[in-house]
Design a protein around this ligand. Structure first.
Ligand SMILES: [Zn+2]
Length: 266
């Protein structure tokens, strides 16, 4: 091979590498782009107040009291009381047997991961008892490749559009049974096999509303994963490509608690 031709190939390789790098910025750039606004941040948590939708049967869910005012004390503080499972919250494994870990014990590295969005809006609009089948995960993997270890899976049913209208969000029948979509147990088991860190949804529960045995809760929490419930509108999320930051309250011994969830979009 002539020296000039070899030189030409090296230059071509370098140029190609540099172009590829510019087109596929390193993942670190996603975080670096946050302050400048280059990376979009979608907040998937609802603001907490007394008007959110509690689980049926709960009689007391949130109270805030002013302790000090600027007028009286020169500064402003409040105290508040709330359920661990209210508004956008995280279920720690200990919430259902045989899960063990409390919310403060979840390893920090499990709270960061690529988002896998399973879209079930069309099916949920037609059938409020819809349970996402394994075929939906298989279809996602056909398009985007196998769900990576450490991913956080989000089920998008469109139910967030009903929030915070308790009647429409819970969708209870005459017997008081709720009707909203959720994960099927077979999907939960498949996602556990894929070693994802957590499962989330834009409804009150990862189990469908009419569930009586909470089979998804038992499987997911029993396997040491966490759950995110009452997530806000996910319509701005792509099926793949967003990165999630999950920041639950570090409540010692807690079965779960309020969580701030951010989706970062490069
Ligand atoms: Zn919960």
């Amino acid at each position: 091979m002539a020296a000039t031709r070899r030189y030409g190939i090296i230059v071509l390789c370098l140029t190609t590498c540099m172009t590829l790098h510019a087109q596929n910025p390193h993942k670190d750039d996603v975080l670096e782009g946050v302050p400048s606004g280059k990376t979009r941040v979608i907040d998937l948590s609802y603001a907490i107040n007394e008007k959110l939708v509690p689980w049926p049967g709960d009689t007391r869910w949130f109270e805030a009291k002013v302790n000090a005012t600027v007028e009286k004390n020169g500064y402003f503080t409040r105290s508040f009381w709330m359920l661990e499972h209210y508004g956008t919250h995280l279920d720690a494994p200990i919430h259902f047997p045989p899960g063990k870990m409390t919310v403060d014990e979840i390893p920090a590295r499990k709270l960061f991961g690529p988002a896998v969005v399973l879209d079930a809006r069309a099916e949920s609009a037609k059938d409020a008892d819809y349970q996402v089948p394994a075929a939906r995960v298989e279809a996602w993997e056909k398009r985007h490749g196998q769900i990576p270890e450490g991913a956080i899976v989000l089920l998008r049913t469109g139910w967030a559009s009903r929030w915070p209208d308790a009647q429409r969000y819970r969708n209870q029948d005459a017997q008081g049974r709720m009707h909203f979509p959720g994960y099927s147990v077979e999907v939960a088991k498949l996602l556990i096999e894929r070693k994802v860190s957590g499962l989330g949804c834009d409804t009150m529960s990862v189990d469908y509303g009419a569930s009586e045995d909470f089979a998804v809760h038992r499987a997911v929490l029993g396997a040491g994963l966490y759950q995110l419930e009452n997530l806000a509108d996910m319509s701005g999320l792509p099926e793949t490509g967003a990165f999630l930051v999950v920041a639950p309250i570090k409540l010692e011994g807690g079965s779960g608690g309020a969580v701030r969830v951010f989706a970062l979009l490069p």
